[in-house]
Write a protein that binds this ligand. Structure first.
Ligand SMILES: Cc1cc2nc3c(=O)[nH]c(=O)nc-3n(C[C@H](O)[C@H](O)[C@H](O)COP(=O)(O)OP(=O)(O)OC[C@H]3O[C@@H](n4cnc5c(N)ncnc54)[C@H](O)[C@@H]3O)c2cc1C
Length: 416
């Protein structure tokens, strides 16, 4: 049995920053990571574009992870164990008892607080009801990324990509660099869900056809994929089958969404937020269960790792203070309201305790040019952020000075 004040499950960027946050308030923590190294998904993201906000530098994924590993590795408050797959978390009278399968057998950890930073997994062919046969050559984009970047394997000669989120766009460029022809990216929505910089640098610069409002209706091939059928979709996102056509290819990458890896908490009866496929948290990143925190992609899917780090760090300081008995939360907790231009906010709740600041992340429901994001409390404006453009694919953040809160918080997007 191991005892620690805070247990962090998952050693990706969210978990590494959380550990730094816990240690910064003088508490100790243990990270349990199922992989044989820290860094999470960043280890397979060998492209650059990480850390522009955090370190003011353009780093690759492994470089960004190593910045954090270097930061935490000499801190006596932080320990990490690799090859430990957490299988169960139980509430006890004093905190939590967590069970993991490790290379040395069953491991049990007692802690006052738990931070879950387990990231997310990709949606696969089954979850989008992809029609047709089941030949080889169909991969999720992240799986193909792992084969190419970590194992040095080629995934095919002629590829199509379904979905134009960041992972799909980045993999389109990666395939071309590896000598695979990319016949096209097919996106069911009228606009790409990826960051503007990825559309330019990964698609336009490589002349890859991006077909918007178009989907893959079925796949064909017996042993290996021989091609896909694609069709435009109508305004209800249903395929127009009369216009279906066959595109020959031997590889299909699916980049059709990520699902937070949070099933381990299902028995806790926490409040579910359908817009994020995860559980609701307050501004301390604490769930409805006292002492149980969430941060990073397991809370909501982030496009920028810098946001994951700042969220993780904040959750870490909150959990550390909680474990030390120093987290004072006002009794009154209110839901953060928002207008129809905003899909969700994380956190969902905020306390009216007038202490410190709160970081609110959110996504807008569609792309807008020229907006002002405003936050109100008691009818008064407490924060505003003018933006030349906002897209549904890019996370927005607003820092709220809690001393200004009167009776709640409401976010609005004024479209100019
Ligand atoms: C393909 C791809 C490209 C990206 N490109 C960029 C980019 O260019 N720029 C940018 O800023 N951001 C980018 N991102 C986003 C950024 O990398 C992620 O948002 C960030 O890595 C999420 O961090 P995380 O710690 O929440 O999750 P992860 O990095 O997924 O880490 C979660 C960790 O938890 C571990 N874990 C899960 N379950 C358990 C368990 N039961 N027991 C123990 N351990 C467990 C996992 O092994 C993993 O190490 C990209 C993401 C992807 C997937």
């Amino acid at each position: 049995m191991i005892c620690t004040q805070v247990l962090i499950i998952g050693g990706g960027p969210g978990g590494l920053a959380a550990a730094h946050g816990v240690a910064s308030v003088g508490a100790n923590c243990l990270i349990l990571e199922r992989d044989n190294r820290l860094g999470g998904i960043l280890n397979q993201c060998i492209h650059n574009g990480f850390g522009l906000h955090r370190f003011n530098e353009e780093l690759t994924g492994p470089e960004y992870a190593h910045r954090w590993i270097d930061i935490i590795s000499t801190n006596p408050h932080i320990n990490a164990k690799l090859n430990c797959f957490v299988t169960e978390i139980q509430r006890t009278q004093d905190g939590f008892l967590t069970t993991a399968m490790s290379a040395d057998g069953l491991l049990e950890v007692e802690s006052k607080a738990v931070i879950l930073t387990t990231g997310c997994r990709e949606r696969a062919a089954g979850s989008i009801l992809l029609g047709g046969t089941r030949p080889s050559g169909i991969y999720t984009a992240g799986c193909a990324q792992k084969f190419i970047n970590i194992e040095g394997k080629s995934v095919g000669k002629k590829a199509a990509i379904l979905g134009s989120g960041d992972i799909g766009l980045i993999m389109a460029r990666r395939l071309i660099c590896e000598g695979t022809e990319v016949v096209g990216i097919y996106e069911i929505m009228p606009a790409s869900g990826g960051l503007a910089r990825n559309i330019t640098q990964c698609v336009r610069d490589f002349n890859i056809p991006l077909h918007l409002s178009t989907t893959v209706t079925r796949v064909a091939g017996r042993d290996r994929l021989e091609g896909i059928f694609v069709a435009p979709v109508n305004e209800k996102l249903q395929p127009v089958y009369e216009l279906e056509k066959f595109v020959p290819c031997d590889t299909l990458l699916l980049s059709v969404g990520l699902l937070p890896e949070n099933e381990i908490l299902s028995k806790f009866g926490l409040e579910w937020t359908p817009a994020t496929n995860s559980f609701a948290v307050d501004e301390f990143f604490m769930t409805d269960c006292e002492g149980l925190f969430l941060a990073g992609n397991v809370l909501h899917v982030n496009d920028l790792v810098d946001n994951v780090s700042s969220e993780g760090e904040f959750a870490g300081t909150s959990a550390g203070r909680y474990a030390l008995g120093e987290l004072s939360k006002g009794a009154e907790r209110v839901e953060i309201g928002h207008d129809e231009h905003i899909k969700y906010t994380a956190p969902k709740y905020i306390h009216l305790d007038h202490e410190g600041t709160a970081q609110i992340s959110f996504r807008v429901s569609k792309n807008y040019k020229k907006v002002i994001i405003k936050a109100f409390s008691g009818g008064k404006e407490v924060s505003r952020k003018p933006c030349p453009a906002v897209t549904a694919g890019e996370m927005q953040t607003l820092i709220i000075d809690k001393s200004k809160l009167i009776d709640g918080l409401y976010l609005e997007v004024e479209v100019l």
